[in-house]
Design a protein. Structure first.
Ligand SMILES: Cc1cc2nc3c(=O)[nH]c(=O)nc-3n(C[C@H](O)[C@H](O)[C@H](O)COP(=O)(O)OP(=O)(O)OC[C@H]3O[C@@H](n4cnc5c(N)ncnc54)[C@H](O)[C@@H]3O)c2cc1C
Length: 234
């Protein structure tokens, strides 16, 4: 397997840092190839604006998706974006490693998606969901939280973790054709025991070795929707 980890944490000694380090060791020991984009180390700029492009489709009015379509046709993405696009094309499995911040991805990682998952490259022209650009590839979230697992149970105070992550698993990964895998959660690493943290790392190592076999989350195909994109009866 070729695994591409996009790592988003400002502190290398964090538990997120430990998870990404462990992932590289486990996967390489098993003969897999790994590439990591450590967004803070790269000083990744998360803001999508004209700096995303070396080309200009319309100098008078900046419409991101129009510029993206134009850039996709004219090799017009900025070098930092182009480099990430090539890693996406290279990989079999994409992993996002990050803390849950405000029930979502940290801005630096959301901005990586904003800039790299460009129209004309990652979606567009009828290529979405099960007809998506990245079909055949898999993607997984590996997230840490502040709240414990009970906070994210179906009846927990923060809501069901699978509902919270739907916009990412369905709206980003599956939208672009990836099979979204069940997320790996390390709940409250700052508050659990050393033993539990070691158990998280061990369980993550085991999960990584099943990236190519674990059953993806189940989402309906395009054929399940009518011409107004509502679910067909039955
Ligand atoms: C802006 C913001 C928004 C947030 N929003 C949310 C939210 O919506 N929901 C929520 O639940 N939480 C939220 N949080 C909390 C956040 O999710 C957690 O603080 C974070 O996930 C914890 O992960 P970490 O890697 O930062 O842990 P750290 O605090 O870096 O690490 C935890 C512990 O692991 C130890 N450790 C490091 N390496 C190893 C190793 N190899 N082996 C064993 N132990 C190790 C560290 O020393 C430390 O003691 C938010 C935090 C911020 C800053």
């Amino acid at each position: 397997m070729k695994v591409f980890i996009v790592h988003a944490h400002p502190e290398p000694q964090s538990f997120n840092g430990a998870l990404t380090l462990h992932a590289q060791e486990v996967l390489r020991a098993a003969g897999h190839e790994v590439r990591v984009s450590d967004l803070h180390a790269m000083k990744w700029n998360p803001v999508l604006d004209r700096h995303n492009f070396t080309t200009v489709a319309n100098p008078d009015y900046f419409k991101p998706q129009q510029e993206e379509m134009h850039a996709a046709q004219h090799h017009g993405f900025a070098p930092d974006v182009q480099a990430e696009m090539e890693k996406l094309q290279w990989c079999d499995v994409l992993v996002f490693q990050a803390p849950l911040w405000w029930f979502s991805l940290p801005a630096i990682l959301k901005g990586w998606v904003d800039r790299v998952f460009a129209m004309g490259f990652a979606y567009g022209g009828g290529r979405w969901f099960d007809r998506g650009v990245f079909r055949g590839k898999r993607a997984m979230l590996s997230l840490t939280t502040g709240g414990g697992d009970s906070f994210y149970a179906p009846d927990g105070i923060n809501g069901d973790i699978n509902d919270l992550l739907y916009p990412i698993n369905h709206g980003i990964f599956y939208f672009c054709g990836f099979d979204a895998l069940p997320p790996f959660l390390s709940y409250a690493p700052a508050r659990v025991s050393d033993t539990q943290r070691a158990a998280y790392l061990a369980a993550y190592g085991e999960r990584l070795l099943t990236l190519d076999t674990v059953k993806p989350l189940s989402y309906p195909p395009l054929a399940a929707f009518d011409e107004t994109f509502r679910r067909r009866a039955g």
